[in-house]
Design a protein around this ligand. Structure first.
Ligand code: XUL
Length: 515
């Protein structure tokens, strides 16, 4: 079984590793299920400062319980689940007191998980990956260690959403609560700990998204941790490979029908899990994931870092490393334009592309930054345009405006993934946006690559289940990939359009440079 604790909801899939079948799946959407209860209509607590983005960790616990209750009610074969792994939105952190170990191993009887764990929180909310409020702390880490050194050692330059700068900010703002914190978990290792009934390790996949894990030694970097906050090393779970078996399921979950022998395997980040779920963990294909954030990632033969400081290196759950570039204005920007133009997804993802030519015939491009962007870093975003007069004045047709946005998003991906230094002949595309033929064709044409879609939409939860199967020796990652992540549709690149996009790439680079 794989569980994915993401920004807007929680999902689970159960696979039969021998037969290559998904036997059950379920999802809980935080906003829809809990309404105003957590003040989080989209899974994130409403806050007046657009740079501050936190979530309530108790909401995740309530969702986990609801998810399992529903699976039980629908007669999902939970009693046959041999092992559970999963993933979480990356970088988000949960702050726990010393009593967490005791409360999680033997939750008080007769109360729900949420109420049982609540007294263990030393910080009520969890900063998540959308938070961009730690620029001052990133600069301090740069001053204390050096941005290049942090990048070389941890795989990423100091970045606002990464856990290290977030911990530094917490210590500075709430020293008393920081001192009361016995253990800091990631979203992934927190959910894993609850399932295992004990504090779980942090895997190399998600751990590398903290600015604290030395990717050369695979240990916490003492010098960097000391520069972040006092006594930090003592508050961190042990780093471990993603296929580590943490233990058996906590007796608490017996009520859902799980066997007491069910193994709990370390959890990872949603992107490393998606690398597995798209079948790209052991091959040489790149993946474009079009979700709340858009990401571009691929397995890496050897770890090297992005000199521009935008890209990241994380652990690959199948061993070795992976590259990742994350764009915050992903589906967010597409949805905003779709609503502004009053069109539906069919028009946005198909008709617009049939009715307009690449670049709208005038090399129309834009910086699609409506909310603070990560790649490139733009805390106070401005949407810049270049191309025809009509387009720049916002008077171009709907078709032209949609194309320009999607093309610009793909150009940004091509530009910011060039540091990986590999030409990918095949790109797998996943996430909601991958249902759109126009977006898939644009990806193929901009990269000049074959694009493959896969049939399973929840590649992160599926990847979690595949990690659980691989960790318990049920099948190898290669076998699991061929069973679960085969391509369902292939889209070839159009050479003529590729030439247009080669030209537009230079224009996009220049437009982005303007700031
Ligand atoms: C990756 C990142 C996002 C989150 C979204 O660095 O910040 O993709 O993992 O869940």
């Amino acid at each position: 079984m794989g569980v994915d604790s993401s920004t807007q909801g929680m999902k689970a899939v159960v696979i039969d590793a021998d037969r290559g079948q998904i036997v059950a799946s379920e999802a809980v959407n935080f906003g829809k299920e809990f309404g105003g209860k957590y003040d989080s209509p989209e899974g994130v607590i409403i806050h007046p400062d657009p740079l501050v983005k936190h979530s309530d960790p108790l909401m995740w616990l309530e969702a986990l319980e609801l998810l399992l209750e529903r699976m039980k009610a629908k007669a999902a074969p939970l009693s046959e689940v041999a092992a559970i792994s999963g993933c979480g939105q990356q970088h988000g952190s949960v702050y726990l007191k010393a009593n967490f170990g005791e409360l999680v191993s033997s939750p008080p009887k007769g109360i729900c998980l949420r109420d049982a764990i609540a007294p263990a929180l030393s910080r009520k909310s969890s900063p998540i990956w959308m938070d961009s409020s730690t620029s001052a702390q990133c600069r301090k880490l740069d001053g204390r260690i050096g941005a290049e050194k942090v990048r070389e050692r941890t795989g990423s330059a100091p970045i606002e959403r990464f856990t290290g700068p977030q911990i530094m900010k917490f210590h500075e703002a709430e020293a008393g609560s920081y001192a009361q914190t016995g253990c800091i978990h990631l979203v992934s290792s927190f959910i894993c700990s609850v399932l295992a009934g004990k504090s779980a390790p942090i895997d190399y996949g998600d751990g590398a998204g903290m600015n604290m894990l030395n990717i050369r030694t695979l240990q916490w970097d003492k010098e960097i941790c000391d520069a972040i906050a006092p006594s930090l090393l003592g508050k961190l779970p042990t780093p471990a490979p993603s296929t580590t078996i943490v233990g058996k399921i906590s007796p608490y979950f017996g009520k859902f029908g799980f066997s007491p022998e069910t193994k709990i395997v370390a959890f990872t980040g949603d992107n490393p899990a998606s690398l597995v779920g798209t079948g790209a963990a052991t091959g040489s294909v790149a993946v474009i994931s079009l979700g709340t954030s858009d990401t571009f990632f691929a397995a890496m033969s050897k770890a090297h870092t992005d000199p521009d400081g935008c890209g990241h290196v994380f652990g690959n759950p199948a061993g070795g490393f992976m590259s990742l570039i994350c764009f915050k204005n992903g589906s967010l920007a597409r949805e905003r334009l779709k609503d502004e133009l009053g069109v539906d997804w069919d028009f946005f993802g198909r008709d617009a592309f049939m009715r307009a030519e690449p670049g709208g015939g005038s090399d129309n491009i834009m910086t699609p930054h409506f909310v603070p962007e990560i790649t490139p870093p733009r805390l106070h975003p401005v949407v810049k345009t270049s191309g025809s007069k009509d387009f720049m004045e916002g008077k171009a047709s709907k078709e032209i405006r949609i194309r320009a946005m999607v093309e610009s998003q793909m150009l940004a991906m091509r530009l910011h993934s060039s540091w990986i230094g590999e030409r990918f002949g095949t790109i797998r595309i996943t996430g909601g946006g991958s249902r759109s033929p126009g977006i898939c064709q644009t990806a193929a044409d901009v990269f000049g690559a074959k694009v493959e879609t896969i049939s399973v939409p929840d590649s992160a939860a599926l990847g979690g289940a595949m990690i659980a199967a691989a960790a318990t020796g049920a099948a190898s990652f290669e076998e699991l990939s061929s069973k679960f992540a085969a391509a369902s549709r292939t889209i070839g690149a159009d050479k003529g359009r590729k030439a247009v996009y080669d030209r537009m790439l230079d224009l996009y680079r220049e437009l982005e440079k303007e700031g």
